[in-house]
Write a protein that binds this ligand. Structure first.
Ligand code: PHE
Length: 418
């Protein structure tokens, strides 16, 4: 649900807290959520919750550090401006490249996940398609909406958000009632848990990414630090609650040993939803769950690709005319769609790489920005994240550890549950 990446351009001052909290929650909750039970299956429920709490805290702090730095600039200053003016050209380039990489790879992840869930939905209707074709249809329909206008995206994501809230509570609410607590606390399968935690941290990080929205919030609220802090805290807490419910619903219904099958089939969204469908009593609730997954991936796709679309239009200087938008749409959608056709099942791998790049711009750069502005303005009286330099060091360390975990897991050095 990574919508409103660059939203809220047209709002005056005095906005309600709820709007901002929804922007943050909307961006945060997305495809990352579907990777959590799959990559958390090894360490299972208890450690997954501990990991989520730790990652939530660090990602909240990095968002607040970014806000602290941002408040030294005029509302409307972009992430690019912040890094250029504070850290210089080198970091500006690193930051820009890592943002573009995350947006591109997430677009691919959504096409892969979208193809998987569209395919699962069609198969319940008796239609079978190759997954790459389903991904292509998913991408083409949504890309068309982005091509029309930002307003079209805004309207459609709002409708989707409403649909997601209803289907989430219906489907997950029912799964929560049906959970089997013994599955949660004494899982089956091999008796090794903790070693699997490390390889899962990057997925936690990706699931709590929202940082591209911090400059949008400063634009939305002006320099009202108090309200923005509350919006970030409330928004990320909503995401945390949703993730905990989601882990209870999945791990309380699907036995740990069965996750090995889900992982063997690629761990994609459709496979996970299919496993959950197997334990749901009613066909109607089953459809609600499938609808929820479709909406979650589609709204994330719209939010992220709109961010990428605007970013690329700005980078290449394409205007807003029909020809300009066509050119921007071509460079936004064609590369990830080709990747989706070639590798329809790279969802989990793509989220992992998104996390690797996000450690740069959503964790390390915000910490460095805050460190630098504190040096530049030692007597500033505005908003300051508590904890001093030690907190900044913790956030940087978290980013470095997460990146290392991803690289080691990719190199097969860290244990990954299979
Ligand atoms: N949190 C988003 C992904 C994301 C990462 C980084 C920044 C913005 C969005 C998701 O789970 O889908």
């Amino acid at each position: 649900m990574a919508n409103h990446m660059n939203g809220a351009k047209h709002r005056p001052q005095g906005q309600s807290l709820l709007g901002g909290a929804m922007i943050i929650a909307g961006t945060t909750v997305g495809a990352g959520m579907f990777s959590l039970p799959v990559v958390g299956a090894g360490m299972w429920f208890g450690y997954s919750i501990v990991m989520l709490l730790g990652v939530w805290f660090c990602m909240l702090m990095s968002g607040l550090l970014l806000l602290e730095a941002n408040l030294h600039f005029e509302p409307g200053a972009s992430f690019d401006t912040l890094t250029r003016e504070t850290l210089g050209q080198f970091w500006r380039v690193i930051n820009g490249v890592s943002i573009a990489f995350v947006l591109y790879i997430l677009t691919y992840a959504y096409i892969s996940g979208g193809g998987s869930i569209v395919n699962h939905s069609l198969s319940t209707l008796g239609v079978t398609l190759p997954q790459s074709v389903a991904g292509l249809i998913f991408a083409a329909v949504l890309a068309f909406i982005v091509l029309i206008s930002t307003k079209a995206v805004d309207r459609i994501t709002t409708i989707m958000l409403g649909g997601m809230v209803m289907t989430f509570f219906l489907a997950i609410g029912n799964l929560l009632i049906e959970i089997d607590t013994t599955k949660l606390v004494s899982p089956d399968g091999e008796s090794r848990y903790l070693p699997y935690l490390l390889a899962a941290i990057p997925f936690g990080l990706a699931s709590f990414g929202y940082h591209g929205n911090v400059p949008s919030l400063v634009k939305y609220y002006g320099k009202d630090a108090n309200t923005i802090v509350k919006a970030i805290v409330v928004g990320t807490c909503i995401a945390l609650i949703i993730y905990v419910c989601w882990l209870v619903a999945t791990m309380g219904n699907i036995p740990r040993s069965q996750f090995a099958d889900v992982i063997a089939k690629g761990g994609n969204i459709g496979v996970l939803v299919e496993a959950l469908s197997g334990v749901m009593a009613s066909q109607w609730l089953n459809s609600m769950l499938t609808l929820f997954a479709n909406l979650a991936v589609a709204s994330s796709f719209l939010g992220v690709t709109l961010g990428l679309f605007d970013y690329l239009a700005d980078l290449f200087g394409f205007d807003d005319s029909r020809a300009g938008r066509m050119k921007t749409a071509a460079i936004t959608f064609i590369p990830p769609t080709i990747l989706g056709l070639l590798f329809p099942n790279g969802f989990i791998i793509a989220i992992g790489f998104a996390a690797l790049a996000a450690t740069v711009w959503a964790v390390i750069v915000p910490a460095l920005l805050a460190y630098k502005v504190r040096q530049l303005y030692p007597n500033a009286t505005g908003f300051k994240v508590p904890g001093g330099t030690p907190l900044i060091a913790v956030v940087v360390l978290f980013g470095m550890i997460t990146a290392t975990c991803h690289l080691l897991a990719m190199a097969d050095i860290l244990p990954v549950f299979k």
